[in-house]
Every structure is written in structure tokens, then in C-alpha cells.
Design a protein. Structure first.
Length: 209
């Protein structure tokens, strides 16, 4: 079964609290999303493989640990997942970026695919699937399905806020995918929105309704 990491870092908790507030501006919401992605990314990349290499400092030659290649892919679930990309790229600027486009049917709440573009060598990469919200889990499950169908295997999922229902659904469908969460909320309401949540992350990132 996959591992679930819920962050307790004070900076992350503070920034998530700011994002929840209804009076947080679009500009601030975007900046907070980027900052939280950067902070979460430090922990989510903890297990990247290292190799020992020899370098020369101004004093002498020495052996140091460096990343063993930079075979990383960041895959946001459109559109709200784009809010995580810049923060992740600050950590791993050579990562390739793919996109999975899904929307939730307002009646069935089921995900519908409209776009999927991944790096050609996706099977070789450590993949970080990013989306601000893990509500029913349908979009995350479907996005990871599409990535696996195209050869991706080494996958981690990152989100801002998750409901217990979404965590359970993702773990059940993809027990090999670890989940990193900035905040775990109470439940879903009758409209499948996370409670207390922060509203529609896509609308708040891009100023739409």
C-alpha cells in the first residue's frame, strides 16, 4: 500500500491557511501555490537517487554526491495543477513537463479526458503528478491511469488539500503511488467539494468563475 505524507511544517500550514481565505487575491493565491509546491517538493524529492562524482574545489579534488541523472517529469492535471509547476521547476529546472487534461462531469462527478501530452521517455522518469485538490480521487486516478498506459511507472502524487474519500480511492486504484498532502480535510459535501477546502482551485488561480 502506498504511503501518505501529510505535512506539519509551520510554513506550509500558514500558507495553506492564507489560501483558504475568501479574500485572498488571485495574485497571492498563485504565489502561495508556487511557494507551497517548492516547500513540499523538498520532501517529495527526498528519495531521488544519488551518485558519487569527483569534482575540483578551489582547494582540492574531492568526491561529492550529485543527482544520478535528472530524469524527472512533472505532470500537472489541467488546469489547476499548473499552479504547482513553477515551484517544482525551481527545485528541478531540467525536469520535463507533460500535461493531462481532465474535467469533472458536473452531474456524474466522473473525470473526462480531453488532453494528454507526456515526454517521449516517460517510462524512464521519476514522475510527479500535481493537482491542488484530491476530492473524489477520480481525476487523480484517471490521470495516473493514462500515464501508466503510456509507460510511466515511478509515480508520486502531490496536492494541497485532500479529502479522506480521495485518499482512499487513489490508494485503492494505485497502491504503488505515494501521496504527499499539504493538508488533510474532513470530508466531501453533497457537491463533491472538499470541506472546509478552499473552493475551486482553478477559478482561484486564474480569476474565473
Amino acid at each position: 500500500m502506498s504511503k501518505v505524507y501529510v505535512f506539519d511544517h509551520p510554513l506550509i500550514q500558514h500558507k495553506v491557511a492564507l489560501m483558504r481565505q475568501t479574500n485572498t487575491s488571485v495574485k497571492d493565491f498563485r504565489e502561495l501555490a508556487r511557494e507551497i509546491a517548492l516547500l513540499m517538493g523538498f520532501e517529495a524529492t527526498r528519495h531521488l537517487p544519488l551518485e558519487e562524482v569527483e569534482i575540483e574545489t578551489p582547494i582540492c579534488k574531492t568526491k561529492v554526491n550529485m543527482l544520478k541523472g535528472e530524469d524527472i517529469a512533472i505532470i500537472p492535471i489541467l488546469r489547476a495543477g499548473l499552479g504547482f509547476v513553477d515551484g517544482m521547476l525551481e527545485l528541478v529546472p531540467n525536469a520535463k513537463v507533460g500535461h493531462v487534461g481532465l474535467y469533472r462531469d458536473p452531474d456524474t462527478h466522473e473525470p473526462v479526458e480531453y488532453y494528454c501530452k507526456l515526454p517521449k521517455d516517460i517510462e524512464k522518469r521519476q514522475i510527479f503528478v500535481v493537482d491542488p485538490m484530491l476530492a473524489t480521487g477520480g481525476s487523480a486516478v484517471a490521470a495516473i491511469d493514462f500515464i501508466k498506459q503510456r509507460g510511466g511507472t515511478n509515480i508520486t502524487f502531490m496536492c494541497l488539500i485532500a479529502a479522506p474519500e480521495g485518499i482512499e480511492a487513489l490508494q485503492s486504484a494505485h497502491p504503488d503511488v505515494d501521496i504527499y498532502i499539504a493538508a488533510k480535510d474532513e470530508c466531501l459535501n453533497e457537491n463533491a467539494y472538499i470541506v472546509p477546502g478552499l473552493g475551486d482551485a482553478g477559478d482561484r488561480l486564474y480569476g474565473t468563475k
